[in-house]
Design a binder for this molecule. Structure first.
Ligand code: PMP
Length: 417
């Protein structure tokens, strides 16, 4: 790839561009776990659209469904009209919720992105409770719009925007702050003279993805759910990145045995990398008035089609969950060996979100750069970008996984020589 072919990006596209700077090539096509650039060079993709491509690029089953839909002139843009594609998606969601999960949620289409779902969840919680404060967590990430950014626990990301706009009370996140518990928050909330307003809701990720793969213990999540239930605070689980099977089960909170009041989903819900977001809310919490939350792009019907097929195709049996957990173990073995042979490296993760954390943060980006040169796309996360985060497609083969892990292992050995 010549640098001349990239000139227009530097000249014309805003400086706000992020990831792409570490990948100086002109990508063209993609299939499964592989990206190809204009010169035909292939890259194994361990980033998968930041978790938006759980079933891989151009998944053939989803692609065929999309081609068929377009061939019959299916509606592409449908506002919030009732359409055949939306009806079929709602039926598939109902099935996923009920069997075997026994969940009873209503479904809202809040707009195309994860941040739209978060905004909507926050607004709904405030409307229902008549309260304003949101409890959030250190190191959390919930999106880049002003409300979602306000509940994001990363000062660097918030600084440029002048938020919080929403009044927040951050709490230490399990897996990020050693021994985080809720005793102190319970005391503050129960003390009428504390000056802390009773919150409308808590927003939490079960594993912090952008925050550096911080994994909350199930018992900690249960304690949080207990704190909310005892005090009438709504529990919002932001499953935008960890949902759709990333940690194993379809919803990441399933194994913790908690039932959130509100759930946000996006990224891999369309299955094909197309913008789609959902808010799920306990039936009695659907207190929206018609039109109270709207937006032009809530009716992405082609995304409804691929979402429906991915829900049916991937989630009618449990095989994908099992294989996700097994592949996660494969990564953990490989990462474990690295942590054993190099001081200052630790590992963590759940299912197919796994992190390799470096005491010296600069080493994480060096590993990613060397990996790119060897044909592997992988990104950093965490407050200091100190964690190499793996989010491969759930459909990746063991051979592909081993190939990428070998590149990563060699890269770590290279920088630690
Ligand atoms: N919530 C979580 C947990 C996320 O990881 C992200 C995106 N990384 C968002 C919300 C925001 O989603 P989007 O970028 O689609 O607005």
């Amino acid at each position: 790839m010549t640098t001349a072919e990239l000139t227009i990006f530097e000249a014309l596209e805003s400086n706000v561009r992020g990831y792409c700077r570490a990948w100086p090539t002109l990508f063209d096509t993609a299939q499964g776990a592989w990206l190809r650039d204009g010169s035909g060079r292939e890259y194994l993709d361990f980033f998968a659209g930041a978790g938006a491509l759980n079933y891989g690029h151009n998944n053939p089953v989803l692609k065929q469904a999309l081609l068929d839909y377009i061939a019959r002139d299916g509606i592409t843009h449908g506002l919030d009209m009732s359409t055949v594609a939306k009806r079929e998606l709602l039926e598939a969601i109902e099935r996923i919720l009920l069997d075997p999960r026994g969940l009873d949620y209503k479904v809202q289409f809040p707009g195309p992105t994860g941040a739209n779902a978060v905004e909507s969840a926050l607004k709904l919680a405030r409307k229902i409770t008549g309260r304003t404060t949101i409890l959030n967590f250190t190191n959390a990430f919930h999106g880049m719009t002003l409300g979602a950014l306000s509940v994001t626990g990363n000062a660097a990301k918030r600084a440029g925007a002048g938020v919080p706009l929403v009044h927040v009370n951050p709490m230490p996140y399990d897996g990020y702050v050693e021994g985080a518990d809720f005793g102190w928050m319970e005391r503050v909330l129960d003390d009428n003279s504390s000056g802390v307003d009773k919150p409308a809701a808590v927003i939490v990720e079960t594993v912090q993805g952008e925050g550096g793969v911080n994994v909350a213990r199930h018992e900690w999540l249960r304690a949080l759910a207990g704190l909310c239930a005892a005090r009438g605070i709504l529990l919002i689980v932001d499953d935008v990145q960890m949902g759709c099977g990333r940690t194993g089960p379809f919803f990441s909170f399933e194994t913790a045995g908690i039932t959130p009041d509100i759930v946000t989903l996006s990224k891999s819900i369309s299955g094909y990398g197309m913008p789609l977001a959902l808010v799920l809310m306990r039936r009695e919490l659907d207190q929206w008035a018609p039109g109270e939350h709207n937006g032009t792009f809530r009716g992405n019907n082609p995304a409804f089609v691929t979402a429906k097929v991915s829900l049916e195709h991937f989630w009618t049996d449990r095989k994908l969950e099992e294989s996700t957990l097994l592949k996660g173990e494969r990564i953990r073995e490989s990462f474990g060996a690295l942590a054993d042979s190099h001081a200052g490296i630790t590992t963590r993760g759940r299912g197919l979100v796994q992190g390799l954390s470096f005491e010296d943060a600069s080493q994480a980006s060096k590993v990613c750069r060397i990996a790119f040169e060897k044909g592997l796309i992988v990104e950093t996360s965490g407050a200091e970008d100190q964690v190499v985060k793996l989010l491969p497609p759930l459909t990746i083969t063991d051979d592909e996984l081993d190939h990428g892990l070998k590149i990563l292992t060699d890269a770590v050995h290279t920088i630690r020589e």
